[in-house]
Ligand binder design. Structure first.
Ligand SMILES: [Zn+2]
Length: 206
């Protein structure tokens, strides 16, 4: 084979690869720089293999806690990797059940792609919900101001992007028989702090 023929074949493969059927199914999200998000790519999220669930349209934002106590020295990225493995192997879910996770320091991690509905061990249908989970157990742990701040900023970003009403921001226990997201986190939904802070940010943006 002539060298020029080989180059032509290689060029064709490269070009059809770029524009052809091999489009990235999990495109990277561009977050505003003020929202500090560790992207899926940054924490080495493993792509969903096999059939993808039916896509969803976001209409609600629902807040959770991890439910297990989280020690100060526990590595959040290792926790995400383990949670992903457990969700897929033990539960048969396509991914981590939540779309975003927040660690003890208030760092936000992108988890399951928002295009796909989350999963739950309880009885409500999470289709149409953007699920945010704060690592830890807030029946026994205390939510820090940094965590609350990140939760508010992320919720405001999602509410603005998907046009979610303030009344559609709630906790897991508003939909199912559960203690989630724990009393020390739920109190900020119960007294309207989160809703108030989100609406203040939405007014500034619009
Ligand atoms: Zn929950």
């Amino acid at each position: 084979m002539k060298k020029s023929t080989l180059i032509l074949i290689l060029m064709t493969i490269v070009l059809t690869g770029c524009i052809g059927p091999f489009k990235d199914k999990f495109p990277e999200t561009q977050f505003p720089p003020e929202l500090k998000v560790v992207t899926r790519k940054a924490w080495k999220w493993k792509k969903i293999k096999g059939d993808l669930p039916v896509p969803q349209e976001i209409k609600k934002i629902t807040i959770h806690h991890g439910g297990e106590e989280f020690a100060e020295d526990k590595d959040p990225i290792q926790y995400l990797l383990n949670l992903q493995k457990w969700s897929r192997k033990e539960k048969g879910w396509v991914d981590i059940p939540y779309h975003f996770m927040i660690d003890l320091k208030g760092t936000i991690y992108e988890a399951r792609p928002l295009a796909y509905p989350g999963d739950t061990n309880t009885t409500y249908d999470p289709t149409g919900h953007a699920l945010i989970c704060v690592m830890g157990n807030y029946e026994v742990q205390t939510l820090s101001q940094a965590q609350l701040q990140s939760l508010v900023e992320l919720t405001a970003y999602l509410a603005n992007k998907y046009n979610v009403g303030i009344s559609d921001i709630a906790g897991h226990k508003d939909y199912a028989e559960t203690l989630c997201p724990g009393k020390d986190l739920y109190r900020y939904l119960e007294d309207g702090t989160i809703q108030y802070e989100v609406s203040r940010r939405l007014k500034k943006q619009n």
